[in-house]
Design a binder for this molecule. Structure first.
Ligand code: ATP
Length: 231
């Protein structure tokens, strides 16, 4: 193992024309850490993770994923990252097993299909078409697909939005079972962040305004939960 952080972001800047989306953001995420990125709509969360994933180039500052530059070392970084896709509609007519095989095929050393399905408790649904799964099952499958290539860094955006409490708990259990992967969790859900995240970055209008463990942020705010602290 190298001594590199899983993710390093230093003085990151990104603007869209004259709209500044990310301003001077710095943080690092250790291997195995679950790191939450919080903030209201338009705070710069998605832009930040897109810069980390190499989907956009920064206007200033730098990003490193296990020491590599996502802009320069595109292929290598793509294999280190597992990004949960929001655009699941594409896969409607494929079964769970077919989708898992499709995604495993993208990587040189994929996780076994059986292991992926067990991780998200979908073994019994192997033969079910994607569009016949419940919302929570679809979400769990998208997590399994993000884990197919044994990523070192997993990016999860709005993990459990719109799901019922039981489905959310099952997804949280899948994430909590990850040990080696660093997880970047973009969320509006404070209960989810409190449940899963080791540390949290709070963004507002493109700036990093707080960084620490959920307990530290709650203590600093003088309230009794993240929900009260930031709503
Ligand atoms: P949300 O919670 O609504 O998803 P976010 O925190 O992920 O928001 P971003 O999507 O990163 O925020 O957006 C940050 C700012 O950049 C916003 O002001 C947004 O309008 C702007 N922005 C985002 N994407 C683009 C784009 N492709 N072109 C122009 N402006 C953009």
């Amino acid at each position: 193992m190298t001594g590199n952080p899983a993710v390093l972001v230093e003085h990151l800047h990104k603007r869209y024309r004259d709209n500044v989306a990310v301003q001077d953001i710095s943080f690092s995420v250790a291997p195995g850490e679950v790191f939450g990125i919080l903030g209201t709509n338009g705070a710069g969360k998605t832009t930040t993770v897109e810069l980390i994933a190499g989907l956009r180039a920064p206007d200033g500052g730098r990003v490193r994923v296990l020491g590599l530059d996502p802009q320069r070392d595109r292929r290598a970084v793509r294999h280190l990252l597992g990004v949960q896709l929001q655009e699941a509609r594409l896969h409607d007519s494929l079964t769970v097993a077919e989708l898992v095989e499709l995604y495993r095929g993208f990587y040189p050393d994929p996780r076994p299909a059986s292991e992926l399905l067990e991780m998200v408790e979908l073994t019994a649904k192997r033969g079910t078409r994607f569009d016949r799964l419940s919302g929570g099952q679809q979400q769990r499958l998208s997590i399994a697909l993000a884990l197919a290539g044994r990523p070192k860094v997993v990016v999860l955006d709005e993990l459990t939005t719109g799901l019922d409490p039981r489905a959310r708990r099952r997804i949280w259990a899948s994430i909590a079972s990850l040990r080696e992967e660093a997880v970047l969790l973009v969320s509006h859900a404070m209960d989810e962040v409190e449940e899963l995240c080791d540390r949290v970055a709070l963004l507002e209008a493109g700036r990093l305004i707080a960084l620490g463990t959920p307990a530290e942020l709650v203590a600093e705010s003088g309230t009794s939960s993240l929900e009260e602290a930031f709503v």
